[in-house]
Design a protein around this ligand. Structure first.
Ligand SMILES: [Zn+2]
Length: 231
């Protein structure tokens, strides 16, 4: 994976946003334009990991939680640029809402929307079964979060699901080996694990105008060295 940055998005909408998990559609388009101007191509994490290093400048694009606006808003904007992304879906909540957060309620993708974005070339990964922290879960619940969520999503899209994204980015060292049993890689947030089952990403939000986004990308290698391990 080298040191290619991986951007972490959530929703693409214009609702009230107390949790700071949203970019406006126009902001997303502006940010993708910045990446293109840098000569970067936005790809899913699966594609990033499979790419021969140094052949081309890649940036990982990820969208957590599987909001319906990924299908209706983000995917069409990504298509304008020829970019793909990974979308990490809460498998037990298809067609539900983000009940783990305070309002506003944001609708999550339906099974049909999931198939649609998979067909469009985006990677569908698991964000667990119910959006629960993995730490301290009993063994049976861990199996549900990791193995059952994968099975549910594979049944929907009819293809292997090989990526996992830790709910709340909580990739403690004791859970990464369990994720490794079920997935080819795992996305965290802050992480210096150095392995692909807890890869670091950086948060992008609506406040990231071109200057701020450029600064975040430029500082990415430095931040990786300085940041403490996720807790
Ligand atoms: Zn999440």
């Amino acid at each position: 994976m080298g040191s290619a940055p991986i951007l972490m998005y959530h929703a693409v909408d214009t609702l009230a946003d107390p949790m700071n998990v949203q970019v406006f559609p126009a902001r997303l388009r502006q940010q993708l334009r910045v990446l293109r101007r840098l000569g970067m191509r936005g790809v899913s994490v699966r594609e990033l990991l499979a790419a021969p290093s140094h052949r081309e400048r890649l940036v990982g694009l990820t969208f957590d939680d599987g909001y319906a606006d990924f299908a209706t808003t983000a995917a069409p904007i990504l298509a304008e640029f020829g970019f793909t992304a990974s979308v990490y879906v809460v498998a037990g909540r298809l067609d539900g809402t983000n009940e783990w957060d305070p309002p506003p309620r944001r609708p999550l993708m339906t099974a049909d929307q999931l198939r649609q974005v998979h067909r469009a070339g985006h990677e569908v990964g698991s964000h667990g079964m119910w959006h629960t922290r993995l730490r301290d879960l009993p063994a049976a619940r861990l199996t549900e979060e990791l193995a059952t969520s994968r099975q549910v999503l594979e049944d929907v899209v009819g293809a292997p699901v090989t990526g996992f994204c830790y709910p709340y980015g909580d990739a403690r060292p004791e859970v990464a080996p369990l994720v490794r049993e079920h997935y080819d890689y795992g996305c965290a947030v802050l992480s210096r694990s150095g392995h692909r089952w807890a890869m670091p990403r950086f948060h992008v939000d609506n406040g990231d105008d071109p200057m701020r986004l450029l600064a975040k990308i430029a500082l990415w290698p430095v931040r990786q060295r300085r940041r403490p391990v996720a807790s």
